[in-house]
Design a protein around this ligand. Structure first.
Ligand code: NAD
Length: 504
């Protein structure tokens, strides 16, 4: 299939299987972040009534077991497998859509589609394996613990990896028999819309997955507040996650949160410098540092500070920043003007604090850059770990380097942030690497690696990086309730416990 797409892309709402515009006809446009004169997508801006219609459709589908969706795991398995096949078959076109909306280089957008397909394949296998547990009590009674779908899920996703972020919520939720309403970030409406269309093409009955787009404060908020939603699954900023958790607590909705990170890369003096430098550069600049699990702090043992840093700088200098559509491009633009501004403000705060700017530190200019939101890959050295630069999530290509003396200091620095999403540990001593991995408080710790995310593993944060786990076997748990069915096995009319209330 060709990678050609004709612009602007159209993203409509999908409610109860029907594609429709917003009920008041409103639309919003998404520009190309690498060339803002180009409109990539025109999307429907859902009204509150549209959102409520989408929620009603999902509620009705769940409560009526529409098309046997909740009970027929074979149907669910077929839909998930077929969706994976369609994703794989349409990879070039979908990668182009993602690349245009996100500004993600094609070399990263193509594996992104494969990763989303992998998530659907993984969870397709779970549809028929939702076993529970049973136990006979000493009196012969039987306790059966079964897993049931949590119900109607409101899914709110960010823009940075639009297909995988959506896939890792949608696929496990569907595998267990939930129905849902999906809302993407307004920067990436077409990417998510395309995925929801493929699900329907794969045989999904109408009303199971509904798609709406529009501002988080209106459309997203309704998914959080509407009492017909049983569970909110959110990925985004920690501040937004906290607001959502507070609101969802009004009716005790189930909530899972995948939030921000400030992820350390800990390098001890005995590392293989070349292997560590490459891993760091991969972990830091993928998607221009706009990833929750991006390497954003280098904690380096004093003895190798100069050699490791100079190799990282060499690799950074070699990066080709530019048009995401080009096969040659390693790093694209920031997602938006406001994100570019945020990143440049953090750079200014680093300069104001007197940290040593090693490379970058500015907006890129020139014919290739002037129409987009391009920031130079940036490294600050001698950064104080208590500073803004080391503590706050920047979500851009900015690295804070801090030196340490010994293992205890490395662990203290790694943990001395409010986040706990990922960390990378590099040491030539396997025992030390494992010791440090155990003591760093993060949902994922890589040893001799960075930013790899196999679907078979898990993803989720300690501390203010979130609640719950996505991917792997635990990704199912976010979408199930456990029910106990207790069956009397005594057959007695007068059971010993009754004596507490009934006299013979
Ligand atoms: P964001 O919080 O601004 O928006 C995320 C989503 O929430 C969007 O769809 C947005 O429209 C919606 N939203 C915004 N305000 C809302 C509200 N009041 N009520 C309901 N919904 C609302 O985040 P973003 O800028 O899209 O994404 C970047 C952030 O996401 C970063 O902090 C990053 O670390 C985080 N992230 C985390 C993970 C993870 O797995 N831990 C993965 C990717 C991104």
């Amino acid at each position: 299939m060709s990678a050609e797409v004709s612009l602007p892309l159209q993203a409509r709402l999908i409610i109860n299987g029907e594609e429709t515009g917003a009920s008041n006809g409103r639309q919003f446009a998404r520009e190309n972040p690498a060339n803002t004169s180009e409109t990539v997508t025109v999307a429907a801006e859902a009204t509150l009534d549209d959102v409520r219609a989408a929620i009603d459709a999902a509620r009705e589908a769940f409560d009526s077991n529409k098309a046997n969706w909740v009970s027929d795991y074979k149907l669910r398995e077929r839909v998930l497998y077929t969706t994976a096949q369609l994703l794989r078959a349409q990879t070039p076109r979908l990668a182009k859509v993602v690349s245009l909306e996100v500004g993600m280089p094609m070399r990263q957008a193509i594996p992104h589609i494969g990763a989303a397909a992998g998530v659907f394949e993984f969870y397709a296998g779970y549809c028929s394996k939702l076993y529970g547990e049973s136990l006979f009590l000493p009196n012969g009674s039987l306790i059966t613990l079964i897993k049931e779908p949590v119900g109607v899920v409101g899914m709110i996703t960010p823009w940075n990896f639009p297909l995988t972020q959506t896939a890792r919520k949608v696929a496990p939720a569907l595998a267990v028999g939930c129905t849902l309403v999906a809302k993407p970030a307004s920067y990436t409406p077409a990417s998510t819309y395309e995925l929801v269309k493929l699900l329907h093409e794969a045989g999904l009955p109408p009303g199971i997955v509904n798609y709406i787009s529009g501002p988080g404060s209106v459309v997203g908020n309704e998914l959080v507040e509407n009492p017909k939603i049983d569970k909110v699954s959110f990925t985004g900023e920690t501040t937004t996650g906290k607001q959502i958790l507070q609101k969802a607590s009004q009716d005790l909705k189930r909530v899972s949160l995948e939030l921000g990170g400030k992820n350390p890369f800990i390098a001890f003096a005995d590392v293989d410098i070349e292997a560590a430098a490459r891993s760091l550069v991969f972990g830091m600049y993928r998607n221009a540092g706009q990833a929750c699990g991006s390497t954003s702090r280098l904690l380096v043992q004093k003895e190798i500070h100069d050699t490791l840093l100079s190799r990282v700088v060499e690799l950074t200098q070699a990066l080709r920043v530019g048009n995401p559509a080009s096969e040659e491009t390693d790093m694209g633009p920031m997602i938006s003007q406001s994100q570019e501004k945020t990143v440049l403000e953090y750079i200014k705060s680093g300069l104001d604090s007197g940290f040593k700017l090693v490379i970058g530190g500015h907006k890129l200019s020139g014919p290739e850059y002037d129409n987009g939101y391009f920031v130079a890959p940036t490294i600050f050295d001698e950064v104080d770990n208590s500073s803004k630069l080391a503590q706050e999530e920047i979500f851009g290509p900015v690295l804070a380097v801090t030196s340490f003396t010994d293992e205890a200091e490395a662990i203290r620095l790694a943990n001395d942030v409010t986040y706990g999403l990922t960390a990378a540990v590099w040491s030539g001593d396997p025992a030390r690497a494992l010791r440090v991995a155990r003591q760093v408080r993060a949902g994922t710790v890589w040893v001799w690696d960075a930013y790899t995310q196999p679907v078979e593993g898990i993803w989720g944060g300690y501390k203010q990086s979130g609640m719950g786990r996505e991917l792997g076997p635990y990704g199912i748990d976010d979408f199930v309730e456990i029910k106990q069915i207790y069956t009397d096995g005594t057959g007695l009319t007068m059971k010993p416990a009754y004596r507490q209330v009934i006299r013979e």
